[in-house]
Design a protein around this ligand. Structure first.
Ligand code: THU
Length: 127
């Protein structure tokens, strides 16, 4: 699977990050089962704990559009290579991922890095 388009979208939307407190911009793009893409960036708040990560913002857009299943997530930050989703985002991603895991794509120094979700989060919390 060629994920360059997915990563390009994550990069593009990272330009819209509202990260005036951390100065750490993040963009994410999710690919859904129907082939559609949804982007999100982080947006922070003066009450720091209310800040929302890029991945959760992107997933929120997908859900609002009626999506139920995610096939892949690309994450990009201009501030670091290989920007992996935080634990909270992994839990949110798990809700819409298959049991076999999905592809999580980050940007390495030169190339894309593709990992299986289950390697990043071997066990999920479930009700
Ligand atoms: N952030 C994300 O957008 N995604 C992550 O997976 C980790 C962290 C954001 C939250 C906050 O706005 C900034 O990065 C610094 O933590």
């Amino acid at each position: 699977m060629d994920y360059q388009n997915l990563m390009n979208r994550a990069k593009e939307v990272s330009n819209n990050a509202y990260s005036k407190y951390s100065h750490f911009s993040v963009g994410a793009c999710v690919l859904c089962k129907d082939g559609k893409y949804y982007e999100g960036c982080n947006f922070e708040n003066s009450s720091y704990g209310l800040s929302i990560c890029a991945e959760r913002n992107a997933i929120g857009s997908a859900i609002a559009a009626g999506e139920k299943e995610i096939l892949a997530v690309a994450v990009y930050s201009p501030n670091c290579n290989d920007c992996i989703p935080c634990g909270a985002c992994l839990q949110v991603i798990s809700e819409f991922s298959s049991e076999d895991g999905i592809d999580i794509i980050t940007q390495g120094e030169d190339d894309l890095i593709i990992r299986n979700f289950n390697d990043l989060m071997p066990r999920r919390f479930r009700l």
